[in-house]
Design a protein around this ligand. Structure first.
Ligand code: PLP
Length: 383
C-alpha cells in the first residue's frame, strides 16, 4: 500500500479539499475518468436490447465471450489493421485492466521480465507483480518516443515481453510507424538469437482518442508475436461497464496454447467471462467513439494558455493527458498546485520525476478556474 498509486492519493486528498472548500472551488485534474457522456447510439442500442427477453442471455457463456461479439470485432479489426483476424483470436475481457492481467498470467513464469518504457501507467507494476514477474524500466527519448537502444539493452534471456502503451498515459505520445517497425525488427532478431519468443503487448485503450489526423500504427500488422489489448472504457466513455478485449496475432506461436491459456486464465482469475449484456451492446457499435473534438478543444485551450504562461511540454497527440515539466521538484510543485486548489499528479507517480500530469477529461469550468492558479505559480517560478 506504501507504493500504491499517486493518482488515488491525489484523488483522495482532493476529496478532502472539496469537502472543505466546496466542489466548485477545487480544480481536479487527478483522475482519467472520461467526462464526455457515451454517444447517443450507445443508449439507443442499450435500450433496444434491454427490453428483449431472450432465454439464456443472462447465463454463463464461453469464457472467451459471445461468438457474435467476437465476430463483429474481428471483422472491424481486420479492416482497421489490414490483416485478417478471426473471431477465435478475440477474447472478451473485463476492461483493458482485466485483459492485461489475463495476458500476463498466461505468459509469465516467476522471474520472467517485462520491459516497459517510462513514464508509464504504474498499475503495470502491480499487474506484473501479481504473477511474480519482474518489471524492467527503460528510458524514453526526450520527446517521450521509444528509445529502441534502451529497449535493446534491457532485453535478456529472461525477457518474456515488451509492453507498450500508445497513445500513452501520462504523456499523450503516439509511437509512429517507423518506431513500431524498428521495435518489431529488434524483437524479431532478439527472439531468434535467444531461441525464445519475445511477445509485444500493446495496451491501447486510448486508440480512438487521437488528434490532428495522427494515426496509431497497427502492431498486429507489424510483428508476429503481438498481442493487442484494448477496451471500450475511453472510446465509448463506459469504464464502469468493464468491457475490453484481447486480440492475438493469428501468426503468433504457439497460437493454440496462447489462446487456450488466456481463455483458461480469464476463467481462473475469477472473471469467468466479460459482462454479458454490454458485450451484446458493443457488438453493434464497432468503430464508434465519443466526439473526440470535445477533448481536442480542451487540449488546445489548456496547451495554449499554459504555453503562454511559460510552461513547457510536448503537445499530446492522443489520450487526454498533458505532462508538462515542473519548474521545481514535481512532488513539491504538486503541493504548490494544491495550495491553489488545483489537483494534478506528480510525474514521480509514473516513473517520470520532474514532470506533472494533468488529466484534462474535465468540464471547461475546471480548466478556466485553474488558469489563474497556474499563472500565479508561473509568475513565481518562471520570472
Ligand atoms: C494506460 C492504461 N491502460 C489500462 C487502463 C485500464 O483501462 P480499463 O478501464 O479498460 O481497464 C487505463 C485506465 O486508465 C490506462 O490508462
Amino acid at each position: 500500500m506504501e507504493n500504491a498509486s499517486w493518482i488515488r492519493r491525489m484523488f483522495e486528498e482532493g476529496a478532502a479539499l472539496k469537502k472543505e472548500f466546496g466542489e466548485k472551488n477545487v480544480f481536479d485534474f487527478s483522475l482519467g475518468n472520461p467526462n464526455v457522456e457515451p454517444p447517443d447510439k450507445f443508449f439507443e442500442v442499450f435500450s433496444a436490447l434491454a427490453s428483449q427477453k431472450i432465454p439464456g442471455k443472462h447465463g454463463y457463456m464461453s469464457n472467451a465471450g459471445y461468438a457474435e461479439t467476437r465476430e463483429a470485432i474481428a471483422e472491424y479489426l481486420s479492416e482497421e489493421h489490414g490483416k485478417e483476424i478471426f473471431s477465435q483470436h478475440i477474447i472478451m475481457t473485463c476492461g483493458a485492466g482485466g485483459g492485461l492481467n489475463v495476458v500476463l498470467k498466461t505468459l509469465l513464469d516467476p522471474g520472467d521480465e517485462v520491459v516497459i518504457s517510462k513514464p508509464y501507467f504504474v498499475e503495470y507494476n502491480f499487474y506484473i507483480d501479481n504473477y511474480n514477474g519482474v518489471t524492467r524500466l527503460v528510458k524514453t527519448k526526450e520527446d517521450f518516443s521509444l528509445d529502441l537502444q534502451e529497449i535493446e539493452s534491457a532485453l535478456s534471456p529472461k525477457t518474456k515481453a515488451v509492453l507498450i502503451n500508445s497513445p500513452n498515459n501520462p504523456t499523450g505520445k503516439i509511437y509512429d510507424k517507423k518506431t513500431i517497425a524498428g521495435l518489431a525488427q529488434l524483437l524479431d532478431g532478439k527472439s531468434r538469437e535467444l531461441g525464445r519468443e519475445i511477445y509485444l503487448i500493446s495496451d491501447e485503450p486510448y486508440s480512438k482518442i487521437i488528434y490532428d489526423g495522427v494515426t496509431v500504427p497497427s502492431i498486429l500488422a507489424a510483428y508476429k508475436n503481438s498481442i493487442l489489448i484494448t477496451s471500450y472504457s475511453k472510446d465509448l466513455s463506459i469504464p464502469g461497464e468493464r468491457l475490453g478485449f484481447i486480440a492475438i496475432n493469428p501468426d503468433a506461436t504457439p497460437l493454440d496454447q496462447l489462446l487456450n491459456g488466456m481463455i483458461f486464465c480469464n476463467r481462473t482469475l475469477g472473471f469467468v467471462n466479460a459482462p454479458a449484456f454490454i458485450q451484446r451492446v458493443v457488438q453493434h457499435l464497432q468503430g464508434l467513439s465519443v466526439d473526440v473534438a470535445i477533448y481536442q478543444r480542451k487540449r488546445d485551450l489548456l496547451c495554449r494558455a499554459l504555453k503562454e504562461m511559460g510552461y513547457s511540454f510536448i503537445t499530446p497527440e492522443g489520450a487526454f493527458y498533458l505532462f508538462p515539466k515542473a519548474p521545481i521538484n514535481d512532488i513539491e510543485f504538486v503541493r504548490e498546485l494544491q495550495k491553489e486548489k488545483i489537483l494534478a499528479v506528480p510525474g514521480s507517480g509514473f516513473g517520470g520525476p520532474g514532470f506533472f500530469r494533468i488529466a484534462y477529461c474535465v468540464e471547461d469550468w475546471v480548466i478556466d478556474g485553474a488558469l489563474p492558479g497556474f499563472k500565479r505559480l508561473a509568475d513565481k517560478y518562471f520570472r
